[in-house]
Design a protein around this ligand. Structure first.
Ligand code: CA
Length: 251
């Protein structure tokens, strides 16, 4: 599969710092691409002082480097190891510096290897798949309101306006034991699929329908710009980060 990739991270209209981070890596060597594929990461940090900024950057850097340096065969074991290492690195850093105590981050990772896509995820950033006129959220939100929606207590719409919508139930860097979602089998990709990774600064203000319309009508570059503009027009209360990957069949 051929990938067309674009990304954008924006501070928004209110915050003093951008605590989101993103990264992606596509090996140029065919052997590395065949073995591990290409990786895409979005992280949304939290914590006082510069904690949030540092936690999200550490997560992105550690996950990408550990994923490719890991001797573990296969994408899933390498993702597990990369998450474990990122968790450890963030915890150690927060023990070193009292200002960083309690920092943590969400982390949503997508790996595309040949025709397969894998994800690994913790927190309330999201991954979506747009295919044939439908937008599907691939990840589950590890948040208080996400759990309430899944158990049928409140609706998606209620969740968006809920006073406790910022409460995250799982994150990297806050517990020795991590509980990330890392499914053991991938899902197949098809020509024309569009994947989106984003932080909640997008999804807390931009509707699903707006995301869908943008992904179906625009190139990855224009979609990133349009989604960030839309979130900013709607107040931009949080940092906004998007990464869009368009998949097409080779040749
Ligand atoms: Ca956020």
């Amino acid at each position: 599969m051929k990938l067309e990739v674009a990304s954008l991270s924006h501070i928004g209209q209110v915050r003093q710092r951008n605590e989101d981070a993103l990264g992606h890596f596509e090996p140029t060597e065919k052997s590395a691409r065949d073995e591990k594929g290409s990786i895409f990461v979005v992280a949304d940090g939290m914590g006082g002082h510069r904690g949030g900024e540092i936690a999200s950057k550490l997560a992105v850097e550690t996950i990408i480097s550990e994923f490719y340096s890991s001797k573990e065969g296969g994408v899933v074991p390498a993702l597990r190891l990369a998450f474990k290492e990122a968790n450890k690195v963030i915890i150690e850093k927060s023990k070193d510096d009292v200002d960083l105590f309690g920092m943590g981050t969400t982390c949503t990772v997508l790996v595309v290897r040949n025709d397969d896509a894998y994800f690994a995820h913790i927190g309330d950033s999201r991954a979506y798949l747009y295919r044939d006129g439908e937008l599907k959220q691939i990840t589950e939100d590890h948040s208080l309101v996400g759990e309430m929606v899944r158990s049928g207590i409140i609706s998606d719409e209620d969740a968006r306006n809920h006073p406790r919508r910022n409460v995250i139930t799982r994150s990297l860097g806050t517990h020795e034991e991590i509980s990330a979602d890392i499914p053991t089998s991938p899902f197949g990709l098809a020509d024309g699929d569009v994947l989106l990774l984003c932080s909640d600064g997008l999804t807390s203000v931009v509707t699903r329908e707006e995301v869908k319309k943008t992904l179906e009508s625009k190139s990855p570059r224009d979609a990133c710009d349009a989604l960030v503009d839309l979130a900013n027009e709607k107040g931009g209360k949080d940092n906004i980060t998007v990464q869009v990957i368009k998949v097409s069949a080779d040749g």
